[in-house]
Design a protein around this ligand. Structure first.
Ligand SMILES: CSC[C@H]1O[C@H](OP(=O)(O)O)[C@H](O)[C@@H]1O
Length: 356
């Protein structure tokens, strides 16, 4: 595939002060991670010494984002092996970690991968495997981002405006990002014009995290409320929607932050490609379709209050889905570190040829 001339341009993407820090890492025999509940006002790090504290951090979204919680799961098994030598205690701690959040396949994938190494070769091997998972995330995000940027330049042209949802940036991974990784690669190639970010109620990952990241890297951006995202597309302001994923099932259905499905409907109506950027660790070939995925339902207070301020009458009933399912026929492209799958055109993640 000849590289389009535009793609051969390479410019230094400005990183903001301290932006290149890692979202999650292993230092001095413990897990160190940015507390994302404090952003964008403060950059604070958690130093996690126990599995209980790690589970709490994942459940509160202090540590969040499918790839990042996959790495947290992997490091968490290594931590558990060091803190719980007694087999029954260790098993209970690892099982509780695996169940911390149900929807992103990466958490179970990271836990299972390191648990297998622990069972086979012991505590130090478990840490080696966890550190390998961490390093792979860095590599995979860079590779999928480059692949996604190249696909966009070839498909929509040399200058690309993007609409994204939630946060699938460096904060959702170890350090580079998936959807925002594609944005950064477009920026590096001089092919990015603008990013529209939706705020992503109720926890505002778009307004608090994505906008913060885009400012750090000097990307021109506009924040919109979730319900305006469809109008942004209808007005022809963007060339592609690019989002992350929490789980991609064997038939190409994409489970991602709630609000992704309506965005895909609006993209189809506007004739704009719907692009999902995710590592292969998010592809779950053991689950046939989105109908088989447990969608996390979260605390009503996340909807009915903003901190101490009530946004709805006390006792208001809610349906606080954390994710939704975008059917494969609305997904133009899934970009991983190894391949581009075209579900809307009939491509499937479980296709033996493209999996090879
Ligand atoms: C790079 S995938 C990030 C993915 O995870 C987010 O969910 P949450 O903030 O609840 O962890 C959202 O679905 C993002 O697309």
């Amino acid at each position: 595939m000849d590289s389009p001339a535009a793609f051969d341009v390479k410019i230094e993407s400005p990183g903001g002060e301290g932006y290149d820090m890692r979202t999650i890492d292993w230092r001095d025999d413990r897990i160190v991670a940015i507390d994302q509940t404090r952003l964008p006002h403060e950059v604070e790090f958690l130093e996690i010494d126990t599995v209980e504290d790690l589970i709490a951090a994942i459940r509160s979204l202090a540590i969040r984002g499918a790839p990042a919680i996959g790495v947290a799961g992997a490091l968490g098994v290594a931590l558990a092996a060091r803190r719980h030598p007694e087999p029954a205690e260790l098993r209970a701690a690892v099982d509780a970690l695996r169940a911390a959040r149900p929807t992103a396949v990466n958490l179970a994938w990271g836990v299972d991968r390191v648990r297998a190494r622990l069972d086979a070769e012991g505590t130090e091997a478990a840490l080696d495997e966890a550190l390998a998972v961490l390093a792979e995330d860095v590599r995979c995000c860079r590779e999928l981002s480059e692949r996604g940027a190249r696909w966009l330049v070839e498909t929509v042209g040399p200058q690309v405006a993007v609409q994204t949802h939630c946060n699938a940036g460096a904060l959702a991974t170890v350090e580079w990002g998936t959807a925002l990784g594609v944005v950064r690669s477009l920026q590096e190639h001089g092919a990015l014009t603008h990013v529209y970010a939706s705020e992503t109620r109720p926890l505002l990952q778009g307004a608090r995290l994505t906008v913060w990241e885009l400012a750090q890297i000097g990307v021109p951006h506009t924040l919109v409320v979730d319900s305006a995202a469809a109008s942004v597309l209808a007005q022809g302001r963007v060339d592609a929607v690019v989002v992350g994923a929490d789980r991609i099932t064997a038939n190409g259905d994409v489970i991602n932050k709630v609000g992704t499905y309506p965005l895909a409907l609006a993209a189809a109506r506007a004739g704009v490609p719907m692009v999902v950027a995710a590592p292969e660790s998010t592809v779950d070939l053991a689950t046939p379709s989105g109908a088989d995925v447990h969608i996390e339902v979260r605390d009503p207070e996340e909807i009915t209050a903003l901190g101490a301020v009530a946004l709805a009458p006390k006792g208001t009933g809610t349906l606080n889905y954390a994710f939704d399912v975008t059917p494969a026929d609305l997904v133009t492209a899934i970009v991983t570190e190894r391949r581009v799958i075209l579900p809307a055109a009939g491509g499937r993640p479980d296709d033996p040829i493209s999996r090879s």
